[in-house]
Write a protein that binds this ligand. Structure first.
Ligand SMILES: Cc1ncc(COP(=O)(O)O)c(C=O)c1O
Length: 429
């Protein structure tokens, strides 16, 4: 039975917000039973999946939702008058409404379905950016960004003769807000920041960043790839101009995600890609474009993935983001205390505001060796630069080992991680 007893697996009910479970106890054992993959054994050991920042596992509600589309609901959307097309369209639109409610956006037309966070950044850089960034202008990011919130802006700046400005972080991995503020200048055309660092776990003060930028008339894009699965996000309370996240990191399918944008900005932006669905009329002389959100959704989208993404959002809503955040905070505190006891281990990223992600290095042991030994213990962590090479450079490291938590992890799994690290130390020291 599903741990989220109020979560329907039906694709057609995703507009109905499940009752929040905040008042109920967080039953992690029951939750784990919703995720079939978690009973996998790896080299004879129980899987301990601590690579959630890279991608999260999927509950049955999501797997069944996607299967149901292909079994009984599948047809192309927005184009047909026939039964299946109408019902697939309704389910897809219901998922969009679920995403709207999830972010507390004002309108469902502010929710653009994209392939994921990476595509969302590229979309904004290539539309808003190309329209508004010119020679001598600046795009302001921070030193803790994922490559997908660096390279699209870099490409734009190269094309336009603009400059990519980078606000520094301190030794704990927190943004230096004073320096950030000083870097906001009349040349700054857009600010683009992560909400939560995938390499360090730092939570950025997005509300304050937005206040500072808006006081100077500068819009703010927020990369919510790591934050959306880990904390409640309210785009209107934050007053962000753009917000992006990926389905696969929030327990949904791969290949789908959301770009939120304020209506006025989206209306003024040119289309991103041309093709079917994004047009109102086409002649060889002139094309006029569709309304939001379709103007930015050229071609056949990830129909089944989008519908199952709605089921994933229903699932996390069923648990409650506040409860998930508390659970992961407990795990992070427990793991931080345990890893801090290990001689020769250094935690990378110690900002006061932190969530879900624990990067570390072990004296005398390459992170890849840590990952390989832990893998033989059934423990999945990530090692490397985490698509954030400038963060590694900032700390003078080639790589770190990273354990990242999800809503189904347990203190027992943290104990297994600690035991595994002691095994690594025994082998390499
Ligand atoms: C902070 C952050 N931004 C962006 C991305 C890119 O997300 P995706 O690969 O789903 O587009 C990631 C993925 O790890 C991330 O952690």
């Amino acid at each position: 039975m599903s741990a989220t007893t109020t979560t329907s697996t039906s694709t057609s009910t995703s507009t109905v917000a499940p009752e929040p479970r905040a008042a109920r106890t967080y039953d992690v054992d029951a939750i784990r039973r919703d995720f079939p993959i978690l009973s996998t054994r790896v080299y004879g050991k129980p899987l301990v999946y601590l690579d959630n920042a890279a991608s999260a596992q999927k509950p049955m509600a999501v797997i069944e939702a996607e299967q149901k589309v292909y079994e009984s609901l599948y047809a192309n959307i927005h184009r047909g008058v026939h039964y299946l097309s109408v019902h697939a369209t309704d389910a897809y639109d219901a998922a969009r409404e679920t995403a709207r409610a999830f972010l507390n956006a004002e309108s469902a037309h502010e929710i653009i379905f994209v392939r994921g966070t990476t595509e969302a950044v590229n979309l904004v850089a290539q539309t808003y950016g190309r329209q508004n960034v010119g020679a001598g202008d600046e795009v302001l990011i921070t030193a803790l960004e994922h490559h997908s919130n660096i390279v699209p802006w870099q490409l734009l700046c190269e094309e336009k003769g603009a400059r990519l400005a980078v606000a520094p972080i301190d030794d704990s991995g927190a943004l230096e807000l004073g320096a950030f503020e000083k870097m906001l200048s009349p040349k700054t055309r857009i600010v683009s920041v992560a909400h939560l660092s995938n390499a360090l776990g730092t939570i950025l003060p997005v509300r304050r960043i937005v206040e500072l930028a808006h006081a100077r008339g500068i819009p703010v894009f927020v990369d919510g790839a790591q934050a959306a699965p880990r904390m409640p996000v309210d785009v209107r309370a934050l007053d962000v101009d753009f917000y992006a996240f990926s389905s696969h990191k929030i327990y949904g399918p791969t290949g789908v995600g959301v770009l939120y944008g304020k209506t006025a900005l989206l209306e003024a932006m040119p289309p991103y890609q041309g093709g079917g669905d994004m047009i109102r009329s086409v002649t060889f002389e002139k094309t006029t474009f569709n309304d939001l959100p379709y103007k930015f959704e050229a071609g056949t989208p990830n129909i089944a993935g989008g519908i199952a993404f709605g089921a994933a959002l229903d699932y996390v809503n069923g648990l409650g983001l506040t409860a998930i955040a508390q659970h992961e905070h407990d795990l992070l505190a427990y793991a931080t205390a345990a890893l801090s006891e290990i001689a020769g281990l250094t935690i990378v990223g110690t900002a006061r505001e932190k969530a879900g992600v624990l990067s570390f290095v072990l004296e005398g042991v390459h992170p890849h060796d840590i990952g390989t030994v832990l893998d033989r213990e059934g423990i999945a962590i990530r090692t490397g630069h985490h698509c954030a090479q400038p963060v590694m450079d900032r700390f003078g490291l080639p790589a770190t080992a990273r354990a990242s938590f999800g809503l189904y992890n347990t203190r027992g799994e943290v104990d297994a991680l600690v035991a595994g690290i002691h095994k690594v130390i025994g082998m390499f020291r």
